[in-house]
Design a protein around this ligand. Structure first.
Ligand code: APR
Length: 309
């Protein structure tokens, strides 16, 4: 079986392990800095195997030597923003964690494809690429799959139709400046711009942009993990099964969309080697402007990192 490592056995990491095991995409190694946590959750998941009929092996560890030979590594390690903590504080703490995690991936799983989930996503994915030194095609982040999943869910609710027929497209950074693209969002091939008035679309776009915050406000003590884990599982599956699906992902741009040396959400083709193609959509002036705004935000995050060393 393919080997998938998940670093960070918290809400997103453990639920991703569960989804991967239930779909038998591969064997799972769950790691965390907290002793006992990955071991306990892994054992619990292993014991669910006979009940749900999956043969994936799941092991928990605090030792990076166990990630050797991983085909895919998913990074969910990090901390969430706590009351009183600024975005910059969070950026600093998670950069430290992600740097340490990346050094271990470089050392122990040098041939893996790495998918980042930790926020702030676009900046953390950049840190992973720079620290591991891996080719950019095998370092990318989970953002657009989640954001377009949320957009699709809201469209299905609005139209009273099946989520299966919806194909949503969201570009840009994973945050307030993401760029949902109604023109490229379809229901059985029909763009939603032909199915709903502009005011309705704008309302659904706003809800999508604030999708993460809506969940945090409800949960109060945590952030979303069911949809994020589903999104990253889809990406892991595309890589492991070499499906060549076209999905939005946080990818390294080297001239595409007129941008260089930055990670940003764009549609990509995903297979065994990671990103095999970046798909460049023909954007309108307004869509381009929104993507530029998004890129500016990500870039200022990256430069604040460089400035603080
Ligand atoms: N190495 C390994 N694991 C670590 C490290 C580290 N250096 N530092 C923290 N962790 C672990 C924590 O012990 C915790 O178990 O990362 C886990 C994070 O889990 P949660 O706090 O439950 O966070 P979660 O909701 O899973 O979100 C993880 O994904 O969607 C993003 O914004 C979210 O950045 C956050 C990440």
């Amino acid at each position: 079986m393919p080997k998938i490592t998940i670093i960070g056995a918290g809400a997103v990491g453990a639920t991703t392990a569960q989804r991967i095991a239930e779909k038998e995409i591969g064997d799972v190694v769950l790691t965390d800095i907290v002793e006992g946590l990955p071991q306990g959750k892994a054992l619990d998941l292993l014991e669910a195997g006979p009940l749900f009929g999956y043969d994936s092996n799941i092991m928990g560890t605090n030792d990076y030597r166990d990630i050797k030979g991983s085909d895919v590594v998913v990074i969910t390690a990090g901390i969430a923003r706590k009351p009183g903590m600024t975005r910059e504080d969070l950026l600093k703490i998670n950069t430290k964690i992600i740097t340490d995690v990346s050094q271990n991936i470089k050392l122990h799983a040098p041939d893996s494809v790495v998918i980042t989930v930790t926020n702030p996503l676009d900046i953390m994915t950049y840190v992973v690429m720079k620290t591991t030194g891996f080719e950019s095609n095998r370092v990318f982040g989970m953002s657009g799959v989640l954001d377009s999943g949320r957009f699709a869910a809201f469209i299905a609710l609005e139209l009273g139709c099946s989520v299966r027929d919806i194909n949503a497209m969201v570009l840009g950074g994973h945050g307030d400046t993401m760029v949902p693209l109604p023109r490229f969002t379809t229901v059985s091939g029909v763009p939603i711009t032909e199915l709903m008035p502009e005011s309705t679309i704008n309302r659904l776009v706003d809800r999508t942009i604030n999708g993460g915050a809506e969940i945090v406000n409800l949960l109060k003590t945590g952030s979303a993990f069911y949809a994020p884990s589903a999104a990253v599982t889809n990406m892991v599956e595309a890589v492991i099964k070499d499906t060549k699906r076209i999905l939005p992902a946080c990818a390294y741009l080297n001239g595409e969309y007129g941008k260089k040396d930055i990670y940003l959400g764009v549609p990509v083709k995903l297979g065994k080697k990671g990103i095999t193609q970046i798909i460049e959509l023909e954007l309108t002036g307004e869509e381009k402007k929104a993507l530029d705004r998004s890129a500016d935000t990500v870039r200022s995050g990256i430069s604040s990192l460089n400035a603080s060393g």
